[in-house]
Design a protein around this ligand. Sequence first.
Ligand SMILES: *[C@@H]1O[C@H](CO)[C@@H](O)[C@H](O)[C@H]1NC(C)=O
Ligand SMILES: *[C@@H]1O[C@H](CO)[C@@H](O)[C@H](O)[C@H]1NC(C)=O
Ligand SMILES: *[C@@H]1O[C@H](CO)[C@@H](O)[C@H](O)[C@H]1NC(C)=O
Length: 119
Amino acid sequence: MCSRNIKISVALFLILVPIFTALPHSHNLSKRSNFFDLECKGIFNKTMFFRLDRICEDCYQLFRETSIHRLCKDKCFTNETFGDCLKVLLIPEEEVTQLKYFLKVVNGSPVPFDFSQLI
Ligand SMILES: *[C@@H]1O[C@H](CO)[C@@H](O)[C@H](O)[C@H]1NC(C)=O
Ligand SMILES: *[C@@H]1O[C@H](CO)[C@@H](O)[C@H](O)[C@H]1NC(C)=O
Ligand SMILES: *[C@@H]1O[C@H](CO)[C@@H](O)[C@H](O)[C@H]1NC(C)=O
């Protein structure tokens, strides 16, 4: 009786442990693969990445245009469409300055288009 309970516990342990250890990993991997899918070459900072991603989501909500959604995130947010989204979303100047820094970190280099035109 006792050894049977142990067997059940061991079996449960063997089933559950891989599930629990797999969950957080796949969660992080999906976020990371998203980062790499966008061809970001800098540092993955969740706060920064999701703030930038949010700009594109908000922009998409405004226009409901899938091409805007795609272009905004194109090449790790470096297409001019990202800048256009900042403009239409009326992002304040201080925040644009901060987002410019975020882009630099996430891309590993300064963005190719000129943000100063937006302000
Ligand atoms: C995975 O993500 C979880 C929650 O998002 C976080 O607590 C954990 O530190 C991350 N693990 C790694 C290895 O980045
Ligand atoms: C990510 O960026 C935020 C905002 O700039 C910063 O506060 C935070 O310390 C950064 N996290 C890491 C792990 O670099
Ligand atoms: C942005 O996307 C458009 C359309 O694909 C392309 O013509 C343009 O060259 C892109 N700009 C940059 C800076 O990649």
